[in-house]
Design a protein around this ligand. Structure first.
Ligand code: ZN
Length: 241
């Protein structure tokens, strides 16, 4: 089976639509989303609706939980707080209902999925060796999938741990070594590549491939400007930071 893994859409509809088109062109049979569907971006309801229709597994991220009021909004400052406040004013009842039914972790097809990390599925980042070590010790599945950092990466549970960022085209053989994989972010990449990030896992051939897809960054920026969202949030999309 071919599974597409996406994360951190952040209400960027044009990025999500471009990724879903690429997913469809890739013969993918299942779609897993690791959370943060809303927050930062201009089209929260449309992104929720698409994932409600398309995702076979969907997690809640910290931004989704803040917008729902399940996490105190004091957790956010500056532009993240401003975008969450705006999102709350436009989120419709159907979107709220869908997001309210999501959890920040799940199991699927023998893999363990977390928005953040196994230690704290909503907030913790797996970005360094220590966090990766603790995440491996807190799980047992051969494949652990995380989002949240907006940085595509792959880490192998070897001695010593081996991991690195996973730029477009990186392929990983899913062998006996346990792995943590982060697909990167669809709607707000922070690893220097502004293209929408996603991951495809082939459970038959046992390979994972990190993918990037072009989308109209300018259209999303124009929508953010129209809605009065903080300028820094639209500017960063052009640079993937
Ligand atoms: Zn995020």
């Amino acid at each position: 089976m071919r599974i597409a893994v996406i994360s951190d859409i952040h209400a960027n509809l044009h990025a999500l639509e471009a990724v879903l088109a690429a997913v469809d062109a890739n013969g993918v049979e299942a779609l897993w989303c690791l959370g943060d569907i809303v927050g930062y971006g201009p089209r929260p309801n449309e992104c929720v609706e698409l994932l409600r229709e398309r995702a076979d597994v969907c997690l809640a991220g910290n931004h989704d939980l803040v917008v729902l009021g399940k996490i105190d909004s004091f957790a956010f400052t500056g532009e993240a707080a401003a975008a969450a406040t705006w999102t709350r004013t436009v989120l419709d009842a159907a979107s709220e209902r869908f997001l309210a039914g999501l959890e920040p972790s799940a199991r699927a097809f023998g893999a363990e999925l977390f928005h953040g990390s196994p230690r704290d599925p909503a907030w913790d980042y797996v970005l360094d060796e220590h966090a990766a070590y603790l995440s491996f010790r807190a799980t047992s599945a051969p494949l652990v999938l995380v989002g949240h950092s907006h940085v595509a990466l792959q880490i192998a549970d070897s001695d010593p741990l081996q991991g690195d960022q996973a730029p477009a085209g990186t392929t990983i053989e899913l062998n006996a070594t346990r792995r943590i994989l982060n697909p990167g972010s669809v709607g707000q990449p922070r690893d220097g590549d502004p293209r929408a990030a996603w991951l495809v896992i082939d459970t038959t051939s046992r390979w994972a491939t990190f993918c990037r897809t072009d989308y109209s960054i300018e259209l999303t920026q124009a929508e953010m400007h129209e809605r009065g969202l903080p300028k820094i949030l639209s500017q960063r999309l052009a640079h993937g930071v």
